[in-house]
Design a protein around this ligand. Sequence first.
Ligand code: UTP
Length: 297
Amino acid sequence: MARRVRKAVLPVAGLGTRIQPAAKVTQKNLLNVFDRPMLAHVVAEGRAAGIEHFVIVLGRGHGAIEDYFDHAFELEAGLETKGKTEVLEAVRADLLEPGQMSFVRQMAPLGLGHAVWCAREIIGDEPFAVMLPDMLMDATPGGLSQAVAAHEATGGANVVVVEPAPPGEAHKYGIVALGETFAGFDGRLKAMTGMVEKPPPGTEPSNLFISGRYVLGPGVFEALSAHATGAGGEIQLTDAMLKRLASEPYFALEYDGVTYDCGDPIGLLRANVAFALRSPTAANQARAAVEAVLGRA
Ligand code: UTP
């Protein structure tokens, strides 16, 4: 039987080169998507999937992230005095409980694999999730919930969430090679036989890219501890998973949902529009606002 997935690693220590200067003084993952920072949407997705402990891998100057999940006494007291109950509830909804979050520092942005490795002591010897907080998923149930379900169905195998890349764009991403189909999951869960980070155009083994949610066994830390560099001179998580593929089962789950890459301005714009349009309270207003802008374009 699969062990429960209780912890998630959220690496936010990258330089965010594609979205500068927007992320020069505000950490990229604190940029807004409709009604809250993108990171808060991802933490909510993790909580819905049963995550009890979030390990956020920070870089230099990222202290505001710690503050976001903590009380803001002046703000909360001010809202209380003014009787702004709904706003107060929204502010408090994102707070994590004491002991539910850890922050570790990646002292240099050496790559996603290195960032995940920085969380090894807090994860210990149990399966864990990795959530890339600039990849926002519009999905019900959430992307990580779907991955955890696949992890459980396979008796505790590693699961990587994938989705079709837009035509002609597969070479920009980590792409998977697939084998046999696992029963159930409407044929969307397949054994993984390989993966390659940013394959040269024309060499992609499939059109399915790794879209930012993983459930991994602790064995991946052993592979990461070699600190081998790969594509772009960075320590890649993909390379470490590839090493483990020889000794552990890996599955790719083509999840039911859409991912917005908020690491670039257009992806962030798309996420803002999509999240506003699905809001139970503001969808009509959002639609009218978007249509008014389009009418002037
Ligand atoms: P990205 O590939 O999106 O890199 O990293 P980036 O630095 O954020 O953005 P670009 O590509 O330069 O615009 C995927 C995730 O891994 C984290 C990033 O913060 C992001 O959440 N990451 C990446 C780290 O935490 N450390 C690293 O060394 C690299």
